[in-house]
Design a protein around this ligand. Structure first.
Ligand SMILES: Cc1cc2nc3c(=O)[nH]c(=O)nc-3n(C[C@H](O)[C@H](O)[C@H](O)COP(=O)(O)OP(=O)(O)OC[C@H]3O[C@@H](n4cnc5c(N)ncnc54)[C@H](O)[C@@H]3O)c2cc1C
Length: 516
């Protein structure tokens, strides 16, 4: 969040949110002796680190310059999923005739009310990340800009300007990331939205341009298109969700087009120009040729830039580059006293990843474990999901990862069109795809495209994490009819491959003797 505390519109919900995550008139504690752990940033990584360390009895300080809860609570996961739910309801209502539900009269959508619902729920969730809750846990909560003043101290400068020096034995940098500004001609001339401002909208843009076809761009493109905006999505590469399994990305592209999103792929030579009333003219070239589009609002979602500036990292001897703070496998920086976790130190920019990295940091920072006792980031198995309809979820290797690693794999696919529950639900676009090490049932990666793929992926993550193979999944009873049963059917597919022509002949002979 670049501007301090952007909570617009400032209604009762945002007031409640602010009371929790940045109370007015908060008195910062007075640091006496060095803290055992100082945490910079109160997003997911910082909150988990502070709570974990305080729970172990450590003296902990937590410093936040804007809103506790960080991106996820305030301008990320929580508001986006709140909005997406309204978009799903609207899409379901519009498709209701297919289910025998006739609605007499017009279906009206109230964008302001949907956003108000989101703000209300965000405020309702916020006590979990609140300053008071953390103070009650025994954490010293400071509001202000944190900046290293040396290898074992930071300066904290609150809004009122009086800098405090906070000494530490160990520190965690959990300062997160923000929307990157791409080098697009004219970007600095126009007033554009990012994830920091888009959730403050109270009026639905008639025409919305979105630059960036990654998870954030795609989730919001679908939501706004379903709300009724005319959405144009610009993506530089030859397909959206370029990191995902290509079959999964193709299903989402098809769904977005059905939802009314215009997708421009292979976008280049893009230029932006301001027009009157805040409108923006976007010109450039895509695969289909030149385009010239006018939008009422433009959202830029082209990746995340780590918040390394203004931390004074040089003063602490902490190395960093454009990708963020550099850490070893123990999440330790070039200053042995300083660790880092979350978006600022990882290309896995997810809340659950930040959470588990922070747990590693607490253990490694507070317990002097030998080289074999330390917890390592490379041991984390991190799944992720994109919350479009249908959702896309993934864990482990993609086919290209296996190819690059020289690992031979077998791939099993179960289309949802063969899953009774998905058919009955009217959500049969999708599949479960599992890669196993060739000739074995050891799962090395999986992608699911389904209505609730983000939930379904956990069965495969659990299996991978605990060495459970496809054979065992195939032998595990799943309730009928569920979409999860598609995962079990992959086990059946695998078990069939174990039948050699010889065993098949033997089984058939035995069956002949059994019959009659
Ligand atoms: C639109 C959007 C949707 C998302 N949806 C999902 C999702 O559905 N699921 C998911 O897993 N992830 C999602 N993410 C990603 C998720 O929000 C991040 O991975 C997560 O917030 C990272 O947590 P963090 O603690 O590393 O950083 P942050 O949440 O960014 O927290 C860092 C904190 O540090 C503070 N800070 C920075 N510099 C200083 C300083 N110098 N002094 C003091 N404080 C400082 C910041 O103000 C901030 O509060 C989404 C992100 C966006 C933008």
């Amino acid at each position: 969040m670049s501007e301090l505390i952007q909570l617009q519109p400032f209604d009762e919900h945002n007031a409640a949110l602010r009371d929790n995550v940045h109370p007015l008139n908060w008195q910062n504690p007075e640091p006496s002796s060095p803290y055992q752990l100082v945490v910079i940033g109160a997003g997911t990584a910082g909150l988990v680190a502070a709570a974990g360390a305080a729970g172990l009895g450590a003296r902990v300080a937590l410093v936040e310059r804007e809103l506790m809860g960080g991106d996820c609570l305030n301008v990320g996961c929580v508001p986006s999923k709140g909005m997406i739910r309204s978009a799903q309801i609207l899409a379901d209502v519009k498709a209701s005739a297919n289910f025998g539900v006739r609605i007499d009269g017009q279906v009206k959508f109230d964008f302001a009310a949907a956003m108000q619902r989101m703000r209300q729920l965000r405020a309702r969730i916020s006590p979990a990340d609140s300053a008071l809750r953390f103070r009650d846990m025994g954490v010293d909560v400071y509001f202000g800009q944190a900046r290293f003043s040396g290898p074992d101290s930071i300066d904290v400068t609150p809004g009122n300007g009086k800098t405090q020096v906070v000494p530490f034995k160990k520190a965690v940098i959990a300062a997160g990331a923000r929307a990157a500004a791409p080098p697009i001609a004219g970007l600095d001339q126009v007033d554009y939205l990012t994830n920091e401002s888009v959730f403050s909208l109270t009026e639905l843009p008639g025409r919305l341009g979105i630059i960036g076809g990654g998870p954030i761009g795609v989730e919001l493109a679908q939501a706004f298109a379903r709300f009724g905006s005319q959405v144009t999505l610009f993506e530089m590469s030859d397909h959206i969700l370029k990191r995902e399994d290509p079959d999964a990305a193709a299903i989402i592209a098809e769904q977005l087009r059905q939802d009314g999103v215009e997708i421009v792929i292979e976008n280049k030579n893009q230029k932006l120009a301001p027009l009157e009333n805040g409108r923006i003219r976007i010109t450039g070239m895509g695969r289909a040729g030149d385009y010239d589009v006018t939008v009422d609002k433009l959202l830029v979602a082209v990746g995340r830039q780590p918040n390394t500036d203004s931390l004074g990292l040089q003063a602490a001897g902490v190395q960093y580059d454009r990708s963020g703070v550099l850490v070893n496998d123990r999440m330790q920086t070039s200053n042995r006293r300083v660790f880092a976790a979350g978006d600022i130190a990882s290309h896995y920019k997810f809340t659950h990843a930040a959470d588990f990295m922070a747990r590693i940091v607490v253990q490694n920072a507070l317990f002097k474990l030998g080289p074999f006792g330390a917890r390592r980031a490379s041991q984390l198995l991190i799944p992720w999901a994109t919350y479009t309809t249908p959702e896309v979820a993934h864990v482990g290797m993609y086919e290209r990862d296996a190819r690059n690693a020289g690992l031979a794999i077998d791939t099993f696919v179960q289309p949802l069109s063969e899953n009774d529950r998905a058919v009955l639900e009217g959500s049969e676009k999708g599949f479960v795809k599992v890669h196993v090490k060739r000739g074995t049932d050891k799962i090395v990666g999986a992608t699911i495209v389904a209505k609730n793929a983000g939930d379904l992926i956990s069965e495969l993550t659990l299996a991978m994490q605990n060495g459970i193979g496809l054979r065992q999944i195939g032998n595990t009873i799943h309730p009928y009819p569920t979409q999860a049963d598609a995962i079990r059917r992959l086990g059946d597919q695998y078990n069939k491959t174990r039948l050699t022509p010889f065993t098949t002949r033997v089984l058939k002979t035995l069956m002949r003797f059994n019959v009659g």
